[in-house]
Design a protein around this ligand. Structure first.
Ligand SMILES: Nc1ncnc2c1ncn2[C@@H]1O[C@H](COP(=O)(O)OP(=O)(O)OP(=O)(O)O)[C@@H](O)[C@H]1O
Ligand SMILES: Cc1ncsc1CCO
Length: 278
């Protein structure tokens, strides 16, 4: 569990994390699904990081060693990829590199759920998923889910998210209309984004990649909050420029390229909803 006290985490912390991330341009290794690859790479480039989509078991040890952070996304899972994911997670933990688990579609099939549970125990710094995925990963009742889409609200998943954080030792980020970040004890709520975002595929996957970029320069709790606030602000700004979900990914990338403290303050909020007593 994170020992970072997050009481004072603000928009200006998110903006300073963004500056730090852009200053170092972290190399983010993505073992991600076929659907998410291009949008994740474009989002990372637009926000100021350097993406690489690398998953072959023969090269993951070397690639994790040169990366600053890693994403493991189980969206289009197959046995060969599983081996690469297991090996990459092990290497990241051994080398002290932060990695983010995106448990796409957890709950849809036993194969995917069992593997997501296995990976949640393999040392991720952060787990980011939609409400149904987080509830399923936590073993909570009523997770629902329709394939890779959520049928639950992030509010309903908060209790499960806290339990998952305590059980896994990871920071858990639950996305939806309101996004939550928790270490199992402290909870931060972030608003932003747009109801159009779930109508464009893989924007959650691309957010997980963004969270990894921030984890290269900030501790996991702060990284997750900052990345989600930056992304939510850019998503909300992008949504003002479109008439439907079709052009949203392009506008999102433009907004992520332009996002700064003013845009974050205008379109996102960060609020501590539970904190530890000190
Ligand atoms: N109703 C909503 N209002 C505002 N923002 C939303 C809403 N639903 C989702 N978002 C935003 O969309 C982004 C992706 O979150 P979402 O929960 O849809 O991910 P996901 O289901 O894992 O996506 P995918 O599997 O398609 O990659 C987040 O930034 C989140 O804040
Ligand atoms: C649509 C879809 N199917 C498997 S992964 C993916 C991307 C969104 O999660």
């Amino acid at each position: 569990m994170s020992s970072t006290l997050i009481r004072n985490l603000t928009i200006s912390d998110a903006a300073s994390a963004l500056d730090a991330m852009r200053a170092t341009r972290p190399l983010v290794q993505n073992i991600t699904n076929y659907v998410a690859m291009t949008i994740s790479a474009n989002v990372l480039l637009a926000v100021g990081a350097s993406p690489a989509m690398v998953h072959a078991v023969e090269e993951v040890d070397e690639f994790v060693a040169i990366s600053n952070a890693l994403v493991i996304n189980v969206g289009t899972l197959s046995p060969l990829w599983i081996e690469g994911m297991q090996r990459a997670a092990k290497q990241a933990v051994a080398l002290g590199k932060p990695w983010v688990l995106d448990p796409v579609g957890c709950g849809a099939t036993k194969f995917r759920t069992d593997f997501a549970v296995e990976m949640s125990r393999a040392g991720p710094a952060i787990i980011r998923g939609n409400a149904s995925e987080i509830m399923s990963l936590a073993g909570a009742a009523g997770a629902g889910g329709k394939g890779v889409d959520s049928t639950a609200s992030s509010d309903a998943a908060l209790k499960a998210g806290k339990a998952l954080a305590l059980a896994s030792g990871a920071i858990v980020a639950i996305t939806g209309e309101t996004d939550y970040v928790t270490d199992g004890t402290q909870v931060v709520a972030i608003t932003g984004g747009s109801a159009l975002m779930p109508l464009s595929t893989a924007l959650g996957c691309a957010l997980s990649a963004t969270v990894a970029a921030f984890a290269a320069v900030r501790p996991p709790f702060e990284a997750a909050v900052a990345a989600i606030a930056v992304y939510g602000a850019a998503g909300a700004a992008a949504a003002t420029r479109v008439t439907g979900p079709g052009h949203l990914p392009a506008e999102l990338c433009d907004a992520l390229h332009a996002v700064d403290a003013d845009m974050i303050a205008r379109y996102a909020t960060i609020r501590v909803v539970e904190e530890v007593n000190v």
